[in-house]
Design a protein around this ligand. Structure first.
Ligand SMILES: NC(=O)c1ccc[n+]([C@@H]2O[C@H](COP(=O)([O-])OP(=O)(O)OC[C@H]3O[C@@H](n4cnc5c(N)ncnc54)[C@H](OP(=O)(O)O)[C@@H]3O)[C@@H](O)[C@H]2O)c1
Length: 304
């Protein structure tokens, strides 16, 4: 089977396509023929920074990716035979960018309803779960104002949909280049560039999705926030209370997101799709362009 493998920390262009033996199907496993993978910022972070992530992901070589969507093509004797031929989202932290995946953890396998596309499902990894963590941070910090950087990010757009209606003032911050896009997908939510942000009175929480130090410094001097909660910066030199938060994968929550997509209650922001043979181009595109939804990599049957 073909895999996308990281062998060093020299960045995107050092990725290699490697043929590896297809793993044997154990009794407790299911085999998936993968079709769709998300392209997320942590991909290129991990490909250039040994300390960007958890220790085991710094051991090379490794197959990149932590999740994706595929069709279940074989089922081990200890698993439900009805799973066979179903499409499923699979979380696979050991490396998901492989033609075939053997999944042995039932909690990381999510059969998909017909109304949820492979693309939408793939984009649920590193998306609404992280937005839910930010939603919890907003609820736990009852300030008058909430300023959100990177509001047009994939996670920013999920967060907008998950925010409860309240009388708090929400200020989504976007770059001038992303303003029109944000208003197109969130027509009823006013967005602000840094220059447009009004003088804020009362207490302020900054939710940081962009991870841009200069932007944060500017917001601190203008808003005197009570606290900053970031998903993008693990550390930030400031006297303002600063907290890095991260998603702990929750299978119950993932089933809820899949149902919300199936019933149209959750919209998934999607951008371009690249073929499996163009993973480097896909990552460069996502890294070099303003966020316009999740970039995906796909493979159709027999496309190798
Ligand atoms: N802690 C966790 O558990 C966790 C989980 C998943 C992801 N993350 C992190 O969360 C962040 C967002 O992820 P995502 O997938 O939503 O990313 P994304 O869709 O690529 O969006 C990135 C956002 O950052 C903004 N941005 C980037 N550089 C900027 C700069 N210099 N000034 C102003 N804005 C800037 C972009 O604005 P434009 O589009 O206008 O350029 C965009 O809104 C990433 O850093 C990712 O690594 C953390």
């Amino acid at each position: 089977m073909l895999t996308v493998t990281q062998t060093d920390f020299n960045g995107i262009d050092s990725l290699t396509y490697r043929e590896q033996p297809t793993p044997k199907l154990p009794a407790n496993g299911v085999q998936l023929a993968m079709t769709t993978w998300p392209v997320v910022p942590s991909d290129w972070h991990r490909e250039s920074q040994p300390d960007a992530t958890a220790e085991q992901l710094a051991i090379l070589p490794r197959i990149i990716g932590v999740g994706g969507v595929g069709e279940i093509t074989a089922v081990g004797t200890q698993r439900d035979a009805h799973l066979c031929h179903q499409r499923a989202l699979v979380m696979h932290p050991n490396g998901s960018y492989a033609e075939t995946i053997i999944s042995t953890n039932p909690d990381w396998l999510f059969p998909l309803p017909a109304t949820v596309s492979d693309a939408d499902a793939a984009a649920l990894t590193a998306g609404p779960g992280t937005a839910t963590v930010l939603r919890a941070a907003i609820l736990a910090n009852p300030t008058d104002n909430v300023v959100i950087t990177g509001a047009n990010a994939v996670i920013g757009l999920f967060l907008q949909q998950l925010l409860p209606t309240s009388d708090r003032h929400i200020y989504p911050i976007v770059s001038p280049a992303s303003r029109a896009y944000f208003q197109q997908v969130q027509p009823h939510t006013p967005a602000y560039t840094l220059a447009e942000l009004p003088h804020l009175t009362g207490t302020t929480l900054i939710i940081d999705i962009a991870g841009a130090s200069g932007l944060l410094q500017e917001l601190i001097s203008r808003c005197q926030p009570e606290k900053i909660v970031s998903i993008a910066l693990q550390n930030f030199p400031t006297t303002v209370p600063f907290e890095f938060v991260h998603e702990d994968f929750n299978p119950v929550q993932m089933r809820t997101f899949i149902q919300a997509v199936a019933t149209g209650r959750l919209q998934v922001p999607l951008d371009r799709t690249f073929p499996f043979t163009a993973v480097k181009a896909a990552q460069h595109y996502a890294q070099d362009h303003h966020s316009r939804g999740r970039v995906l990599v796909t493979k159709t049957k027999g496309s190798y």
